[in-house]
Design a protein around this ligand. Structure first.
Ligand SMILES: [Ca+2]
Ligand SMILES: [Ca+2]
Length: 221
């Protein structure tokens, strides 16, 4: 189809939002894409709505996590520290939007605990790796992002995890599945069907090297 500029609307993102590390374009409220920055939710036709989605985000995704028909926001809370979060979209009686924060991995973990925690999650992907129609949240450790001692627990194993979203009567559960324990991910995780098996495989690169992780089956933890 020939280029027709009348098919496009150009809208400049305000300067302060251009500096935000994490951002996403997706449909939250209307039938046109809206900008979601990690400090703001910015519907294109409305004034900015201040909302802190993260302290220092990685990639952000807009996805209906709990399957209630309303898009939610998924991101890392601090890409050099801790926290993997999703923000549930809530609609008020008059259609007003608010957000409810839920932690998938703790923002302030107990370092004495054996519970799963990952520091330096500087990249995030969303893809259906097991082919069940629901996307998994894929993230990993950016090993030595600021060198050996620059970030919390810099020397912990360079893991990659898929968090399976399980929707149930009592809400949403996130089941962690370790994809790999010694590779990690830099600032971007790519998913693509490399093997031709019809499911998303996972590509990572970082200080531990460049890897393709082919989906076989989820480890049962
Ligand atoms: Ca939802
Ligand atoms: Ca899936």
């Amino acid at each position: 189809m020939p280029f027709d500029e009348t098919n496009y609307i150009q809208k400049e993102i305000p300067e302060e939002s251009q500096k935000e590390d994490g951002s996403a374009f997706s449909v939250i409220e209307n039938d046109v894409p809206e900008f979601v920055g990690f400090k703001t939710f910015r519907p294109l036709n409305l004034e900015d709505i201040e909302r802190s989605f993260a302290e220092n985000a990685a990639q952000m995704y807009v996805y209906d996590v709990d399957g209630d028909g309303l898009n939610d926001v998924i991101t890392v809370w601090h890409c050099h520290k801790y926290g993997l979060v999703w923000h549930k979209q809530i609609r008020g009686a008059n259609g007003e939007i608010s957000w409810e924060k839920h932690e998938i991995l703790p923002v302030q973990p107990d370092l004495e605990s054996k519970d799963l925690r990952i520091s330096q999650m500087h990249s995030l992907a969303l893809a259906d790796t097991d082919g069940d129609g629901i996307k998994e949240i894929i993230t990993g450790k950016r090993f030595w992002a600021h060198g050996e001692h620059g970030d919390p627990e810099s020397n912990q194993p360079a893991v990659i995890y898929a968090f399976e979203i399980k929707r149930g009567e009592s809400g949403v559960e996130f089941i962690p599945h370790m994809i790999d324990g010694d590779s990690g991910a830099g600032t971007q995780i790519i998913t693509a069907d490399l093997s031709g098996g019809g499911r998303a495989d996972v590509l990572t690169s970082g200080k531990k090297g460049v890897y393709a992780h082919f989906y076989n089956s989820f480890n049962v933890l």
